[in-house]
Design a protein around this ligand. Structure first.
Ligand SMILES: Nc1ncnc2c1ncn2[C@@H]1O[C@H](COP(=O)(O)OP(=O)(O)OP(=O)(O)O)[C@@H](O)[C@H]1O
Ligand SMILES: [Mg+2]
Length: 113
C-alpha cells in the first residue's frame, strides 16, 4: 500500500479532483488547507497578506492511500492536472504504508484500504 501526498495550488484543487475521479475506484481522499514554502520563492496571487511576510504560501494538501498497483496512476493524474508551469506548482511525495485498519469492520491490510 502507498500513500500519495501532494501539495498543490489551492485554485487547482477541483481540476485535480476531476482527474482523480477519472481513475475510478479510488478508496478515499483527505484534503486540507496548509501553508508551506519550497525552494523557489513564489509571487503568487494566492498568497494572503498575513502569510506573505514569512515566505509562506497557501497550499492544498491531498492525501490518498491506495493499493500498490494504483499508485502510479494517482501520481500521474495529479502531476498532469496540477501543472501550470509556474513556480509553486507543488510536489508529490509517495510513502510505503505498513498497515491500514478499517474501524467499522475490523478489516486490515489491503482489504481495508
Ligand atoms: N522538501 C519539502 N518538504 C516538505 N514540504 C515541501 C517540500 N518541498 C515543497 N514542499 C511543500 O510543497 C509546496 C510547494 O512547493 P513548490 O512547488 O514551491 O516547490 P519548489 O521546489 O519551490 O518548486 P518550484 O520551483 O516549482 O516552485 C510548498 O509550499 C511546501 O508546502
Ligand atoms: Mg517554489
Amino acid at each position: 500500500m502507498k500513500e500519495i501526498k501532494a501539495l498543490i495550488k489551492p485554485f487547482i484543487l477541483e481540476k485535480v479532483l476531476s482527474a482523480l475521479d477519472e481513475i475510478g475506484d479510488l478508496p478515499g481522499v483527505t484534503v486540507s488547507e496548509v501553508m508551506g514554502w519550497g525552494r523557489l520563492p513564489e509571487h503568487d496571487q494566492g498568497n494572503d497578506a498575513e502569510t506573505e511576510g514569512h515566505g509562506f504560501s497557501n497550499k492544498t494538501k491531498i492525501e490518498i492511500v491506495v493499493k500498490d498497483e494504483q499508485a502510479a496512476a494517482v501520481v500521474d493524474a495529479i502531476r498532469k492536472s496540477a501543472y501550470t508551469g509556474k513556480p509553486g506548482d507543488g510536489k508529490i511525495f509517495v510513502y510505503d504504508v505498513s498497515e491500514v485498519v478499517r474501524i467499522r469492520t475490523g478489516e486490515s491490510g489491503t482489504d481495508a484500504v
